[in-house]
Structures are given as structure tokens and as C-alpha cells.
Design a binder for this molecule. Structure first.
Ligand code: ADP
Length: 193
């Protein structure tokens, strides 16, 4: 396995259904990273009945973004816990320009800049197909047709602008997210090195 000991700091970027979670998990294994996925963290908070879980619940069910301050605090704690030990792969963060600014500031303080932003590109029709399939398989409450539409709208309006912001600061690679899981992984590993 190449490059062990190097702490990669990565962002996997893409629309809901683009395959971020799957790819982030493969990268976690390969490079021994902390896989940081705010969506999963929030679902755990909700299941555990924490205050944050309660606060986030209605936003998530409606396909809206949870307020930046809550998310940024949650991620800050996680990155601080992770400390200097491991690199990380961010999956689903940052999702707004304000979150991206907060991340840059935080990582600057930690002297730990992001190495690469990998964007998984998938056309909207394919995203809808995938999310609808996941709705049947996993019964996630936010995978109903109206909520799927809303999440894709939120992505276009609030999340896509993050790429313009990060594109000036961090090396960015665009990957065809319609390729097979293995092929996308291979391309990412090549880009990461
Ligand atoms: P997907 O990428 O398929 O939309 P996630 O599991 O990443 O699913 O996110 C599920 C929900 O959790 C989002 O719709 C949103 O309500 C909330 N969420 C996740 N990440 C963020 C974030 N960075 N900022 C605000 N809300 C978030």
C-alpha cells in the first residue's frame, strides 16, 4: 500500500447520490483516515436523542441544510479529537461557502491544509435514479421524491458555489462519478498519490 504514514487531508465533493460515502470509505481504509461525514454524525445524534440531534432533525427531514454554526462546531470538535494522529476525508462538508471559510480558518490554525478536493460528477437524472433506489433499500426518510428534489436544489444553490471558493485555494480534481465504484476509486488514488 503506497504512502503510509503520510496524513492525507481530503475533501470528497459531490451532489447527494454521487457516491461520496462509498468512495470516502474506500479511501479511509487505504490511507487510514478519519472518515468525517456530518450526515452520518447527525443521524447518530438523532438516534442517541442528543440536543444536537433534536435541533437538526426537522432540517434533515425536509432536505434543508442544518445551520452552519451547529455543523461547524461539530466538525471542529471532530478534527480536534483526530489531532495530529491521522489524516481525514471530509464527506458532506463543507456544504456552504460559510462552512468552507470556517474550515479554512480552522485548518490554518492547525497548520493542516487540505491536499485535494475530489469532485464526483454525476448528471441529475442519474442522481434521482440512485437516490430513489436508495429510498427503497434503506428507507431513509429524506429519500422521498419531493425531498430528493429539494436536496438537489439545495446542492445547486448553496453547495456548488463552494467549489468556486475552494478552487482558488486547494488543488481540485473532477472525476466521472458514473464510472464503476472500482474505477472511480482507482482514479482518486492516482490523483491522491
Ligand atoms: P446526502 O449527501 O445523500 O444528501 P448526507 O447524509 O450527507 O446525505 O446528509 C443528510 C442531511 O444531513 C442533509 O440533507 C442535511 O440536512 C444534513 N447535513 C449533512 N451535512 C451537512 C452540512 N455540511 N451542512 C448542513 N447540513 C448538513
Amino acid at each position: 500500500m503506497g504512502g503510509q504514514g503520510l496524513r492525507r487531508r481530503l475533501i470528497i465533493f459531490g451532489a447527494p447520490g454521487s457516491g461520496k460515502g462509498t468512495q470516502a470509505e474506500l479511501l479511509r481504509e487505504r490511507y487510514d483516515l478519519d472518515h468525517i461525514a456530518p450526515g452520518d454524525m447527525l443521524r447518530q445524534h438523532r438516534a442517541a436523542g442528543t440536543e444536537l440531534g433534536h435541533l437538526a432533525s426537522d432540517y434533515m427531514a425536509a432536505g434543508k441544510l442544518v445551520p452552519d454554526e451547529l455543523i461547524v462546531n461539530m466538525i471542529r470538535h471532530r478534527l480536534e479529537e483526530n489531532g495530529e494522529l491521522r489524516g481525514f476525508v471530509l464527506d458532506g462538508f463543507p456544504r456552504t461557502v460559510a462552512q468552507a471559510r470556517a474550515l479554512q480558518e480552522l485548518l490554518e490554525k492547525m497548520d493542516a491544509p487540505v491536499d485535494l478536493v475530489a469532485v464526483l460528477e454525476v448528471p441529475e437524472e442519474e442522481l434521482v435514479t440512485r437516490l430513489s433506489r436508495r429510498a427503497t433499500e434503506e428507507r431513509r426518510e429524506d429519500d422521498t421524491p419531493e425531498i430528493i428534489k429539494e436536496r438537489l436544489r439545495v446542492y445547486r444553490e448553496q453547495t456548488e458555489p463552494v467549489l468556486e471558493y475552494l478552487g482558488n485555494l486547494v488543488p481540485t480534481v473532477r472525476v466521472d462519478g458514473c464510472a464503476s465504484v472500482e474505477e472511480v476509486n482507482r482514479t482518486l488514488v492516482q490523483a491522491i498519490g
